[in-house]
Design a protein around this ligand. Structure first.
Ligand code: 3SL
Length: 235
């Protein structure tokens, strides 16, 4: 039976061998939730980049550009990191390609590229990713984007939610990290939003008045799609 493990921060990735595994990169608030939403809204593909200048340089090629630093939209790009940027109709997104850079999420994707496959997870596409992993039958590492190298609650909760969904098909009991994520999820799942009120990033985002983003990103199984890294882009 393949195993599911959880890496609590990209800084810990050097401790894991991703070869032969599927990496599920997760940044619930908000990068991977927004990328799932972007593809669901008709974005054709996504190029995650590290630097703002790199992101802006895609605009002349016809790309939409999205950038966030410290929770706020960066200067000189079309969109920030809110999933509603792809839904509210202010910017036309259908059929467009997207270049994006965020504080933690895009970095976590790049650090995971030695895996056999890299997919993006969120509560929004929880079951779609679970189904994909059941089909792959490979060991899985959930890569939590965290915040500037530190542990966060929301990405860990996702690791627990995924472990719960996959408990019949994967070994979810041999890693202390997976067990801890699972126990946290079981403790918090009945009132996820209420539980996360105490988390550092929710407090950070609350002060930026983006509460509706949080409610949106905590919805389960809104989208049946699995963003996957293919030839230098996410499709
Ligand atoms: O760090 C990231 O990648 C972002 O998701 C952070 S924020 O939610 O946009 O503040």
């Amino acid at each position: 039976m393949p195993a599911l493990d959880v890496c609590f921060s990209p800084e810990l990735l050097t401790l894991y061998d991703l070869r032969g595994k599927v990496a599920v990169v997760v940044d619930i608030l908000r990068a991977t939730s927004s990328m799932v939403t972007a593809l669901a809204a008709g974005i054709t593909h996504i190029i995650p980049v590290a630097e703002l200048a790199e992101c802006r340089a895609f605009a002349p090629q016809g790309y939409l550009t999205a950038a966030e630093r410290d929770g706020v939209q960066a200067e000189g790009v079309d969109l920030g990191n809110s999933p509603f940027g792809y839904l509210d109709g202010k910017v036309s997104v259908k059929g467009r390609a997207l270049a994006i850079t965020t504080t933690n999420g895009t970095r976590a994707i790049h650090l995971s590229l030695s895996a056999d496959s890299v997919v993006l997870g969120g509560f929004l596409n929880l079951e779609a990713v679970a189904n994909f992993l059941r089909q792959q039958q490979k060991d899985v590492l959930v890569v939590c984007a965290g915040w500037k190298g530190q542990f966060n609650l929301e990405d860990t909760l996702y690791g627990g939610a995924l472990a719960e969904r996959l408990a019949a098909d994967f070994d979810t009991a041999s890693s202390d990290a997976t067990l801890a994520a699972l126990h946290l999820w079981q403790y918090a799942k009945d009132d996820l939003a209420g539980y996360l009120l105490q988390s550092a990033h929710v407090r950070r985002l609350n002060s930026l008045e983006v509460n509706k983003d949080m409610e949106f990103c905590l919805q389960l199984d809104e989208y049946n799609l699995v963003p996957i890294w293919q030839d230098g882009r996410i499709v």
